[in-house]
Design a protein around this ligand. Sequence first.
Ligand code: C2E
Ligand code: CA
Ligand code: CA
Length: 408
Amino acid sequence: MISNQSILVIDDDADIGGFIKDVALPLSLNCIATTEASTFLELLGPHTDLVILDLLMPHIDGIELLRVLGEQKCKSGVVLMSGVDKRVIETAEQLAAKLGLSIVGRLIKPFGKRDLEGVLNSYQGPANVTATESQRIVIQDEDLRKAVTEQSFNLHFQPQINIRTRKVVSIEGLVRWLHPEYGLVYPDRFIQRTEELGLIEELTWIVLRKGVACWHNFKDLDGNSQNLSINISSESLRDLRFPDKLEALLGRFGMPPEKLVLEVKESGLLDDLTNTLDVLARLRLKRFQLSVDDVGIGYSMLQQLRRIPATELKIDKSLVGQMLKNHDDRIVVEKTIEIGHLLGMRIVAEGVESQDQLDFLSEHGCDIAQGYFVYKPYPLAILLSWLSQYRPLATTTHLTARSEVPQR
Ligand code: C2E
Ligand code: CA
Ligand code: CA
């Protein structure tokens, strides 16, 4: 397996789960273990690369779980564990294959560290089905309306780190649609249509309520609260009551406004600045933070940005992805950092996928990094498990969550 891939384990014996975690962590793999079927099914998602499942559990039927995985068209690799006779595993493997699951290894109990490492190292990750799968997705307006009414969305969360101290400073909430047929559907597939149907404000409030309700979990090891970043459509900035409504929502959860970063796309902001400046100014007066999102994808003259009372500029991932290969992109990144700083804003680079990119950003004084190299967006429980193990090392390596390997 490769770094940062995700393993989900279910075994009624918590020690086995703990043991697998201990072996997985030094390999830079993210591992969550549970003894409960309900938790297992909640945590399972397209982000799960490998499932390790005990066949014989006193209160849960492992075979039944296999059936559920098949019904959900689970694309993760599956490893079956059992202490019983090898033939039971073989039969279960045949069943799994009929259900369309991909069995990638087996663990006969008792197994040791080397057996487990062998299985983990040989697995190359799920077949890349996402591109072809997503082509099949057809969004129906009726489904989208129903989803908004029924609030069938949840959030994945992605950390942002301070490049200098490596501490996690903010967590961005990213919406996913829990589609009855397709499972998790990503926002690029439905945000624009939601806007066209006039439903985006409702969706924004669903996301805000869910995000703000999670915020109290976001603390570093010293107990300092992190920021929550939420994407807002510029549509919301035309609602004069937006700042007051937001203040009331945060008040209910005891969240100070300066902990909420509202990310608005640069294009949306600049298109309609005269009509939204009023709301922007009031948001800032109430101490909410404002981030200009997707900076650099073919829009503004950087100098236009001075008209926006923002606290943060977020350089788009397309620029970050190209900046080490393309001279022009590199200049735009450098100048954005420079001008953003002159305007008193902090600079976030999104889409950071490598050490080289992080080093470049660090050399050029960029403040914050977000991207797969730090950590991917994941459901709350997975992010929290990562946060609880993350040690901000002020070196350029080892960004992956590590824990002191606990004694068994
Ligand atoms: P964004 O605000 O620019 O968010 C960053 C996107 O880049 C996310 O995609 C994230 O998963 C992805 N990403 C993060 N790190 C990396 C990386 O290292 N490499 C690459 N290639 N990608 C990375 P996602 O979650 O699919 O969201 C797509 C867009 O949908 C977001 O782009 C945002 O504009 C919009 N969106 C997401 N949630 C909401 C929401 O609640 N409301 C609104 N209005 N828009 C949202
Ligand atoms: Ca964003
Ligand atoms: Ca972006």
